[in-house]
Design a binder for this molecule. Structure first.
Ligand SMILES: [Cu+2]
Length: 196
C-alpha cells in the first residue's frame, strides 16, 4: 500500500514538474513575443512593467492564468498590443490578383472566312499592365497569333505555333502600349491589345 501511494506521489510530482516546465516555456515564449511584437508596433516602454512581470510570474506559476490573460486584455484594450486582422494583407492579395489577371481573346468559329464577321472577341482588348492574355481557338481550322509592328511586319514579341481547335496561347503584357497581332494563316485577321 505504501509503495502504491509512493508511486502515486512520484507520478504526481512528475506531472507537476511537466506542467511547470510547460508553463515556464509558455511564459518565456510569450515574453519574447511580447517584447518583439511591441517593439514593432510602438516601443517596449509602452508595455507596463506589471504586465512584463505578469508574464514572468505566470511562467513561474506565481499567478493564475486568468490574471495573466487579464494583462494581455489590458494591452489590447489600451492599443499597446494591436492585433493584426490581416485586412491590409487581404487588400494586397487582391491587388496582386488584379495585377496578375488573365484575360481571354476568342478566335471564334468562322474566323478563317475572309468575308465573314467572325472577328477576334474582343477585337481590341484593353487591359492593365501585368495581365496575361490567353487566345483560344474556337474555330474549326488552325490559327496562329503573331505580334506585328505598326507596319504590319511580324516581330518576335509573342508568336504562337499553329493552334488546333480548343488550343490556347498565352502572353503576359508587362508594359503599356498598343500591340497589334494577326494570324499568319489568315492575314486578313488583325487584332489589337491595348495595355494602359
Ligand atoms: Cu487564322
Amino acid at each position: 500500500m505504501d509503495v502504491y501511494i509512493n508511486n502515486l506521489v512520484v507520478v504526481d510530482k512528475k506531472l507537476k514538474m511537466k506542467q511547470s516546465i510547460l508553463k515556464i516555456s509558455v511564459g518565456i515564449m510569450f515574453s519574447i513575443f511580447l517584447i518583439s511584437f511591441s517593439i514593432n508596433l510602438v516601443n517596449a516602454e509602452s508595455v507596463p512593467s506589471w504586465v512584463k512581470n505578469n508574464a514572468l510570474w505566470y511562467g513561474q506559476g506565481d499567478i493564475t492564468e486568468i490574471e495573466f490573460l487579464n494583462s494581455i486584455k489590458f494591452l489590447i484594450e489600451h492599443d499597446i498590443l494591436i492585433l493584426n486582422n490581416n485586412s491590409d494583407d487581404d487588400d494586397n492579395d487582391n491587388d496582386t490578383v488584379k495585377r496578375n489577371q488573365l484575360e481571354q481573346i476568342i478566335i471564334p468559329n468562322g474566323n478563317y472566312v475572309v468575308s465573314g464577321g467572325s472577328f477576334y472577341l474582343p477585337l481590341n482588348l484593353e487591359i492593365n499592365p501585368m495581365t496575361t492574355v490567353q487566345w483560344i481557338n474556337d474555330d474549326i481550322v488552325k490559327h496562329t497569333v503573331q505580334s506585328q509592328d505598326e507596319f504590319g511586319k511580324i516581330i518576335g514579341l509573342f508568336n504562337s505555333v499553329p493552334l488546333d481547335t480548343g488550343e490556347t496561347f498565352e502572353f503576359k503584357f508587362k508594359e503599356k502600349g498598343v500591340y497589334n497581332y494577326y494570324c499568319s494563316l489568315h492575314p486578313w485577321r488583325v487584332g489589337v491589345v491595348t495595355v494602359g
